[in-house]
Each structure stands twice: as C-alpha cells, then as structure tokens.
Write a protein that binds this ligand. Structure first.
Ligand code: GCU
Length: 658
C-alpha cells in the first residue's frame, strides 16, 4: 500500500537523528506505542534514521544540526481525533487531545516525508470532517469475499479466524488514512457468521478488536436479525415479542462482556432475502430500536442499512420502481429512531452503478442519523481488472446539495445539519493478494476513500497526486501520467459500458462484462425496457414518480429531459433513439459514439501506462499492464455487444458506418 517507507530524497528533510519528547501521553498506551513504532519505521525507512538515533526524552538544549526535535503533547483544547502541527527551524510539535489524534498526526508527518515536502511547512490544524469513517468487509467465514476481487479473506477461512499479522498490517494502513470503524463480516450473515456473537468466536473476535483498538479503530460485526431462530432461542424474530427481546438482551450482555470494545452492529434486514421486521408487520424503526435499546448501555451503535426493495419483482410490472424503494420504505419513519441508530444509505437509489443520481433519501430524514455508503470494491465498475478511480464519484455525492437550504450530503453525514450525527462507510476492496487490492491502481480508491472521509474538501486531483507520490514516484512526469489515467478512468468506464445513466446491461451474478438483456426479464427490478423505438424508464411525475422524491430544484430539473443532466438522461426518462442531444447528435448516435470513444480512451490509457516502463517499479508496471490488456478486451466486448444490440433492435445505422 503506501506504508512501504522506501528511501526518500534527504535533500528536503535532512534529518539524521530524532529527539522525541512525550508530554501528557504514556508510551505504554497501545495507540501511542503504535504511533511511536510507526515513527521509528518511517524515519528508518525513508530517512535512514536508525533506532539508535532516536533519543528520548528530548534534551531541552538546542539539538545538534540535522536533528529533528519532535514534541508530542496532549492538548485538551483540540477536538477529538484532531491534531495540531507547529514547525519551526529546529523542531516540530504535534499536539492532540487524544491518542487517536496523536496517531493521525504521526501519519501526517510521515506522509509529508513520503511526498518529499519540507517538514518545516507543517503548521496546521487538522480535524476530521466526518466523525464515523467506516469500512464494511463483505467477508464470509469460509474465506470467500462477496464481491471481492483481490483474493480471499484475511479475516476468515474454513469458519476459523486467520492469524492476526495481516489484520495488524491492515489496521495500520486503514488508520493511516483515518478509518476509525470496521465491520469484518459480510452483511449477508449466514451459517457460521451468525455465531460470531457466541462463545465459539469470542476470544478471536476480542483479539481483533484489540488490534483495531490499538489503531483507533472500533470493531463492528454484521448481525443476523433472525439469530434467535438459529442459535436455539425463540423461533421468532419479532422485535415486539418479549421472549425475543429477552433473548437478545441476554445474548448481547454476554457478547459485550466478552468483547467490551465492540462498536456495535451492522444490519441488513428485509433485504435480498435477509430476515427483518417486515416479516412481523413491524417497521424498520421497530427492528432497529429493539436492538439499539439493548446495546445503548454498552455505548454500542446500530447501523441499519436502507437497501430495502422488492427483489422478486415481475418484469411485466411497470408500476414498481426499485429506485423509489429506499425512500418509500424509510421516509415515514423519520423521527422514530433512537439516538444510537444510524441509517446507512447507498449513494445511489439502485445499486452502485457507474452513474446514478444521489439517493433522495440522503438528507431527506431530518431527525435521523445518516451514513453515506459507497463501494470501493469494484463490483459494477470493473472488478479491479479495469481501472476505475472512484473518488470523483464520491465527491459528487458529498458535494450534492440535497437538504433544505444549501445543505450538502457532506453536511448531513458530518452532522452539521439538523444536529444529527452521521458517518461515511465503504465496502472494502481488499483481500489476501500480496498487493492487497488485485490491481495496484485500485489501492488509490482505498486511500482516496479514507482521505476524503477525513477532509471532504480535498479534490480528487489532490488525493490522487498524494497517493502516486506515496506509492509510485515523485517524478512529475509519472505523477501527471498516472493522474491523467486515474482521473479520467471513471468517465472512460462509463462510456464503454452504460452511458447516460442507463446502468446494468451487465452479466448476471458476476457483474463483469456485458449482457444487455441479462437482467431484463429477471426479478431484480433493473430494467432498461429497450424496444425498437425507445429506451429507458420514465421516472418523472408522469411515470413512476421517482423524480418527485427530490427536493426542489432537483425534482423540476430531473422532470424535464431538457434540463436533466445528460449523464442521467436515461435514468429519469424514456426517450426515442431519435431524441436530439445537446451536441446535435441523436441519442442513439451518441450512444454508439460513446462506446467507440471509451475503447479509444482505454487504448490511450494503455499507451500512457506503457510510457512509464522503466520509471516505476517493474513488478507493479507488469501487473497493471496485464490488467490493462484484460480491460481492453472487456471494453471491446462492451462496445460491440451494446452497439450491435441497439443496431439490431432499432435498425438504425451508425452515421459513420462504424
Ligand atoms: C448488491 C450486491 C450483493 C450485496 C448487496 C448489498 O446487490 O450484488 O452482493 O449483498 O448489494 O449491498 O447488500
């Protein structure tokens, strides 16, 4: 990842020894101990300052030349997890109110060295914009990872917890970008995973919680809402049934006694076959509150996902619209939730497509804590074979003005509006591959998620530049070439797959590669409804009414094809192939052309990457080149299948004879 600490030019930071002092913190605290170890590692690796040249405590006399005096000090005025850095000629001071802030400050110092910027520039105050910055692992206990594209799980195999070494490395790099909460098991909780809350796994889970806690990370578990039925409790999961409540009370008391550090539970209920309160005629709030009340005395949180929709739809049914479901299922429950319940809402109303409008549920519930959920794992965005840098997409979501007044999604999830609490969560893209993320370039998404969660105003370009400098090279040509590839990759992917917001058209189940009608006659509610004249679903007030779920001005903007952003045109409208786009082309010609442009852009990305041979680590260069070759095949397949499909369906030739 980015903590390799390879040697850096000592020209910028000519430090041969380090004088360290610690005030208000104790070296023995696990987080402090990790912060100090990280400093040692970083200074040794990047600046060749060996352990013998790190001196405690600081000699107050002026240190000799080429010595950095680093003062680590507690300062209770600083907000939780935040830190202040002050640099002068000979010294650097890092002040924080708590151990996590100290650790984050240390990572900031190391980042500054890694990107070869002078330590003397470090005078700043930093605090997280979003308080809960979480990763969700969809790891199963058998070692498989749902939507995992970088090997197997490093948490579990064969229903056992794996050795902790890799989890420790993971906690290091997660903390280095500010992650402070992690759920380790898949939201689809089945079989052995249901038993993670039982004595069978207590000692292992407690150990993981301790490793995480030493990096400022709270451990969460995904919970099976119907656990009582599977663990020998009452044969019901009705949140109003006394026997069910009693069973959970006992169960959770036992779990917290064994794992006191547990942050709480993540729950996928009434979703894609998972059990939930609807079965018993109760609301989502009834289900969430039952558990929230029980975990509250332990400081636990209930994170409740809003991915609730009818996944057994009849494709002949034109009334039901999956895009509406999240809002329809939750909006009436605003105000019903206990304080320690957080609703977790996917960025789009469907399911992590390459482009969707922002979910209208975000910001709509003024009395409810909300978490924005995004997906780092590239389920619909190229399986970490195709390069797809997702930070621009997440920024769009965070920057979207959604609330009453001028509130952005970032204000809602950072708790600035409505006095709610909030957070951000992402489905992780890591596995046991040696490079953690399959495609080396996919690590930029992990890095970017963390950095953006900490500072929502960073630009995608800033973050990508930082990542390149920390991992690949400080050479300007490399930085520019790789930035160019990453920053355009999402638009390129969109062009050769599903432009204009139509989405899907993807191979069923695997979700890699084209299959235009793959989901067309299925139960999943994801239809493009193409016929020989037109394509798309009318989601305006004259159609399914989805567009009316937005506040103004969005509702009106989306309602009319002339004002609807063109990249979302086919999400909101059903239009004839002859519809004229702003560029003067017909919709169909635009669609044809996009697919050709997309393939050309992949070729250009490959040329850009090939041009870097000899300038970056050859092993990385080769690995990525191999993935690019597969991406090109994939892009060609998408282009030709999609364009041929629409040519056959419409009988309309490509204007340029392509
Ligand atoms: C998608 C994905 C599933 C996942 C689900 C979820 O539908 O394909 O594998 O379980 O999202 O977010 O729960």
């Amino acid at each position: 990842m980015w903590l390799e600490y390879e040697p850096r030019s000592s020209g910028v930071n000519c430090v041969k020894s380090l004088y360290l002092s610690l005030k208000g913190f104790t070296k023995e605290h696990p987080i402090v101990a990790n912060a100090l170890t990280e400093l040692e590692r970083g200074f040794a690796g990047m600046l060749a300052v060996t352990k013998e040249n790190i001196i405690y405590p600081l000699d107050e006399a002026k240190p000799p030349a080429e010595t950095l005096a680093l003062r680590l000090e507690r300062d209770t005025e600083i907000s939780a997890e935040g830190y202040q850095l002050t640099a002068d000629e000979y010294s650097l001071s890092l002040r924080a109110a708590d151990e996590s802030g100290l650790l984050y400050g240390v990572f900031h110092i190391l980042r500054q060295i890694a990107i070869e910027k002078p330590l003397a520039e470090l005078t700043l105050m930093s605090q997280p914009d979003i308080k809960l910055r979480m990763l969700n692992h969809w790891d199963n206990l058998d070692g498989s990872i749902e939507r995992g594209y970088s090997g197997r799980s490093f948490f579990f195999a064969q229903n056992k917890v794996l050795p902790y070494e890799r989890m420790t490395d993971y906690a290091r790099f997660a903390a280095s970008v500010g992650i402070n909460a992690v759920a380790i098991n898949n939201v689809n909780v089945k079989d052995a995973a249901t038993r993670l809350i039982t004595p069978e796994y207590y000692s292992e889970v407690r150990q993981i919680a301790a490793i995480f806690a030493a990096y400022g990370i709270r451990l969460f578990l995904s919970l099976n809402f119907a656990a009582s039925l599977e663990l020998g409790g009452p044969q019901s999961a009705d949140p109003f049934a006394e026997e069910v409540i009693n069973w959970w009370q006992k169960q959770i008391a036992e779990t917290y006694a064994a794992i006191p550090d547990l942050g709480g539970f993540l729950i996928k209920a009434d979703s894609e076959g998972r059990p939930g309160p609807f079965t018993y005629g109760r609301t989502q709030a009834d289900g969430a509150n039952m558990l929230a009340k029980i975990v509250a005395p332990y400081g636990g949180l209930i994170i409740w996902r809003c991915f609730v929709y009818n996944c057994t739809q009849d494709w002949r049914d034109y009334q039901t619209d999956r895009a509406r479901a999240g809002y329809d299922n939750f909006i009436t429950t605003d105000g019903d939730y206990l304080d320690n319940v957080f609703l977790q809402i996917k960025n789009g109303p469907m399911d992590f497509q390459i482009r969707e409008p922002i979910s209208p549920l975000l910001g709509a519930m003024e009395k409810t804590n909300q978490i924005l959920e995004v997906q780092i794992a590239q389920e619909y965005t190229g399986h970490q074979i195709d390069v797809c840098y997702l930070v621009p997409m997440w920024k769009e979501a965070l920057d979207f003005v959604i609330g009453a007044g001028n509130d952005k999604v970032s204000d809602v999830v950072s708790g600035k509006t409505y006095a709610n609490r909030g957070g951000i969560a992402a489905v992780a893209n890591t596995g046991d591959d040696a490079n953690w993320t399959g495609n080396d370039l996919a690590a930029a998404n992990f890095y970017g998620f963390g950095r953006l969660s900490w500072s929502v105003n960073l630009t995608a370009a800033d973050i990508v530049g930082e990542w390149i400098m920390m991992t690949l090279s400080r050479d300007e040509q490399v930085i520019n070439a790789v930035s160019d590839i990453l920053l355009h990759s999402r638009l390129t992917y969109e062009k050769y797959t599903t432009p204009l917001g139509i989405g899907w058209m993807v191979s069923p189940h695997s979700h890699y590669g084209p299959s235009v009608d793959g989901y067309e006659y299925s139960r999943w509610g994801t239809y493009h409804r193409a016929d020989y004249l037109a394509i798309g679903v009318d989601r305006t007030s004259k159609g399914t009414g989805f567009s009316t779920q937005y506040r103004e001005p969005h509702a009106s903007i989306y309602e009319n094809p002339a004002t609807c952003p063109e990249d979302l045109l086919l999400f909101f409208h059903r239009l004839p192939y002859s519809y004229l786009m702003k560029n003067g082309k017909t919709l169909l010609q635009h669609f044809y052309d996009c697919h050709h442009e997309g393939v050309k852009e992949v070729e250009a990305m490959i040329a850009g990457w090939n041009g870097l041979a000899g300038q970056i680590d050859p092993a990385i260069h080769t690995r990525v080149a191999e993935r690019f070759a597969r991406q090109l095949d994939n892009a060609i397949e998408w282009r030709d299948q999609v364009n041929t499909y629409f040519y056959r369906k419409s009988g309309i030739e490509d204007r340029y004879g392509k």
